[in-house]
Design a protein around this ligand. Structure first.
Ligand code: EPU
Length: 417
């Protein structure tokens, strides 16, 4: 597996483009299962998770063509209703086929995803919602088997805010008989992007972006043409990197409205941030102030930015408190950051970060995407060489991260192993 080698200490400056959002592209690719004809997507990022999703829908009988950042999907040949263990194991978001398959094929057989590095991550709320809509759901041999002649509209309340749960049920409900109301729904921009795609396909969804989403079932959908929204987590990661190195970086092709919480915290740490249309200029402060952070569902501070922000706080002046409220085990990066000289103590779901003058480069690795990204960021400011192993995770969710940092002046390279 490739490694990334970073020599720390370079100030980042210049311009870099932000790619399409992984977590918007995944459900939108899968939404193409809901109709016959050619769905056309652009600004699709080159990521391992996108490749896995394409493999999954091809296995279901769907034709996919990819050229550059464009993907054409034709689900006229949809003939299979099973998402096998091998694919779900690689990428949990595969469970998003459940809703569309039951809606379109009257049944689905999807491997039950296990826990992953960041937590147990059950899908009970997806399943309970499908049952509310009249599906019969059984768990057999590690698989979820769900079936319904035609799903019917229902009122669904989520005990917890779940992003893919909201997306799965929204896709199940578009072809249902009657109206579905999702309460305590996720408000993430990726949910809104999916709702807009489905509406373009002829669905009738109102309220996405709020906590109550109403979906009136329709009898059929048609293909859509969609541009994937910018990746707000990639944006936040590069904004944080600019602050870490006291740099002056302009990000292009972004959606500033989606990074409000992150920008707010970075400003409190001393950075100067300007939004102009789809551009964000970040000027890091010479000295970083400590700031407390608590992860929350959108529009709160994203859990997917917690690890990267912790690196910034590791070299800030003073003490900060970082609380993780979404996943129960999302401090995997802490032990690696400690090996680089960070002073972090964990108590329950809170990390106490005591800022130090400098981190020192070390060989590190992580078993989660955002944790891996945080180690690259740490490498950018650490003294000496940091070697990030198992780049597999990074490639799942960041498009050419090392090339983008190199363009901004970092001493970083990928070494095939
Ligand atoms: N949960 C349940 N039951 C369910 C569903 C969720 O208990 O049926 C719990 C989870 O265990 C977790 C919380 O609810 O504690 C929230 O999980 P959610 O379902 O919102 O997470 P997800 O949909 O599986 C998406 C993103 C994640 C991101 C989270 C939170 C995609 C494909 N994945 O996951 O992204 O961290 O929302 O914002 O959209 C990443 O990109 O690195 C990543 C992990």
């Amino acid at each position: 597996m490739d490694k990334i080698i970073v020599e720390g200490g370079r100030r980042l400056s210049g311009e870099v483009g932000i790619s399409g959002a992984k977590n918007a592209a995944l459900p939108i690719l899968i939404s193409a299962l809901l109709c016959d004809g050619e769905t056309h997507l652009s600004n699709v990022p080159h990521l391992r998770d996108i490749v896995s999703t394409i493999q999954l829908i091809e296995k279901l009988g769907v034709k996919v063509q990819r050229a550059g950042d464009e993907v054409r999907i034709d689900a006229s040949g949809l003939c299979c209703y099973e998402a096998p263990y091998d694919l779900v194991r690689k990428m949990r978001a595969s469970v998003l086929v459940l809703g569309p398959l039951v809606a379109r094929m009257q049944k689905a057989r999807v491997s039950l995803p296990g826990g992953c590095a960041i937590g147990a991550r059950p899908i009970n709320l997806h399943l309970r919602g499908l049952e509310r809509m009249g599906a019969r759901v059984d768990l057999k041999h590690g698989y979820v088997e769900a079936s319904a002649k035609r799903l019917r509209g229902a009122e669904v309340y989520f005990d917890l805010v779940t992003v893919t749960g909201t997306e799965n049920l929204m896709m199940a409900a578009v072809l249902a008989d009657g109206t579905t109301v999702l309460r305590n729904a996720a408000r993430e921009p990726e949910v809104v992007a999916l709702a807009e795609t489905l509406n373009q396909m002829g669905a009738d969804i109102r309220g996405a972006g709020g906590s109550e989403i109403t979906i009136r079932g329709v009898n059929g959908l048609r293909p859509a043409r969609v541009r994937i929204i910018p990746d707000r987590i990639e944006t936040g990661s590069f904004m944080t990197a600019a602050c870490l190195t006291g740099g002056d970086v302009t990000l292009t092709g972004c959606e500033p409205a989606h990074v409000t919480a992150v920008a707010h915290k970075l400003r409190l740490s001393g950075a100067c941030i300007d939004f102009k249309d789809d551009r964000i200029r970040v000027q890091g402060a010479p000295e970083i102030a400590s700031v407390d952070v608590k992860t929350l569902p959108y529009p709160g501070f994203p859990t997917d930015m917690q690890a990267q922000f912790m690196v910034l706080m590791s070299v800030a002046r003073g003490l900060s408190m970082i609380s993780e409220t979404i996943f129960e085990n999302r401090f995997i990066h802490v032990s690696e950051l400690r090996r680089m000289g960070a002073d972090i103590t964990i108590s329950g779901n809170t990390a106490l970060v005591n800022g130090t003058d400098h981190l020192s480069g070390a060989p590190v690795m992580a078993t989660d995407l955002r944790a891996s990204a945080s180690l690259v960021l740490a490498g950018l400011v650490a003294e000496g060489i940091t070697e990030i192993n198992r780049v597999y995770h990074l490639d799942r969710g960041y498009e050419a991260m090392e090339k983008k940092f190199e363009k901004l002046g970092a001493a970083i390279r990928r070494v095939p192993v």
